[in-house]
Design a protein around this ligand. Structure first.
Ligand SMILES: Cc1cc2nc3c(=O)[nH]c(=O)nc-3n(C[C@H](O)[C@H](O)[C@H](O)COP(=O)(O)OP(=O)(O)OC[C@H]3O[C@@H](n4cnc5c(N)ncnc54)[C@H](O)[C@@H]3O)c2cc1C
Length: 285
């Protein structure tokens, strides 16, 4: 049995080079998911490329209406960064991921790399219309997150591509929130809902709703979004629109709850997430 080679590049170019030259190669960031899979024999790689020491891949930058989050940014860094009401959901989603170890070590790139349909961060990135920047020795390409998430733990990333960062626009008028229900504290989501809202002259101008643990990947809810855009801001409008979420979800029974329970829970969490996001816009209800 051959030994797995463990690379620790310090530059993006170095990491890209290893991914281009090694055949059965995996990136490792915080190792919270990958190393479990390696230990259990589900992943067998000739080479591991540890990107945790590539400083150019870490950090959060919000300037001139654009936010950039590096792939090795951890959940803990996201939750401790002062993101303001516009991006509050990123901190909220990061705070409820797993336990302290997972939040300290786990990264944005790791969430995007494994793309589990119950991950908390992915619906927030869907809500923000984030673009995923992928790099290889061939160059860089940017993929909208809804195209990046192809299906159950499947993404548009090629094996020789490094997830380098995500980018999205930040509207200073936007309010956001993340609501998660799980069976136990520190548990996986039964349902998780991210919402981003802007209002103009007492009407909903832009509404985005993203959900986790209710389909084979994180999804948006156009039914809820379309039902609210242009409507006068009111609790009744939010409540009525939230019911439409069932049109956009297709949950399966899992260890966190039955499909029927998820369906009955989703509208209430959508209503709560939109309501909190709305409060953070300073908009009236
Ligand atoms: C006990 C436990 C509880 C958890 N609970 C939750 C929870 O409640 N909610 C939740 O959302 N998640 C939960 N998680 C999962 C957690 O979110 C992931 O383990 C974490 O995001 C993975 O990040 P990482 O940096 O450790 O990735 P790694 O484990 O290092 O990598 C994960 C995958 O992504 C790939 N990858 C990583 N970085 C890159 C990159 N830059 N470019 C290309 N590919 C890359 C790897 O090759 C691998 O396939 C839990 C995990 C554990 C172990």
């Amino acid at each position: 049995m051959s030994e797995t080679v463990y690379y620790t590049p310090k530059t993006v170019e170095g990491a890209r080079q290893h991914l281009a030259t090694e055949e059965f190669v995996k990136v490792v960031a915080g190792g919270q998911t990958l190393m479990l899979l390696v230990r259990q024999g589900f992943v067998d790689a000739d080479a591991l490329v540890d990107v945790s020491g590539v400083s150019a891949l870490s950090g959060i930058d919000v300037a001139d209406g654009t936010a950039t989050i590096g792939a090795t940014t951890t959940y803990r860094e996201l939750s401790e960064h002062d993101l303001g009401g516009q991006l509050a959901m990123l901190g909220e989603a990061s705070t409820v991921v797993g336990d302290r170890q997972v939040r300290t070590m786990g990264t944005v790139g790791g969430a995007l790399g494994h793309a589990d349909p119950a991950f908390d961060l992915l619906p927030t990135l869907c809500c923000l219309d984030a673009a995923v920047e992928l790099g290889s020795t061939e160059g860089t390409r940017t993929v909208p997150i809804e195209q990046y998430l192809v299906g159950h733990m499947r993404t548009d990333r090629d094996p020789d591509e490094l997830i380098e960062r995500v980018r999205f626009d930040v509207d200073p008028r936007m309010g956001t929130a993340y609501e998660k229900h799980s069976r136990v504290e520190d548990g996986w989501a039964t349902v998780g809902v991210a919402a981003a809202v802007t209002t103009e002259a007492g009407r909903f101008e832009d509404v985005r709703v993203g959900l986790t643990a209710v389909a084979d990947t994180a999804v948006r809810s156009p039914a809820v979004e379309d039902a609210l855009v242009g409507q006068p801001v009111s609790e009744d409008a939010i409540e009525a629109a939230s019911e439409a979420v069932v049109e956009d979800i297709d949950p399966l029974d899992d260890l966190s709850g039955s499909a029927a329970y998820k369906r009955s829970l989703a509208p209430a969490l959508v209503e709560r997430a939109i309501g909190t996001a709305l409060e953070r816009t300073g908009g009236e209800r």
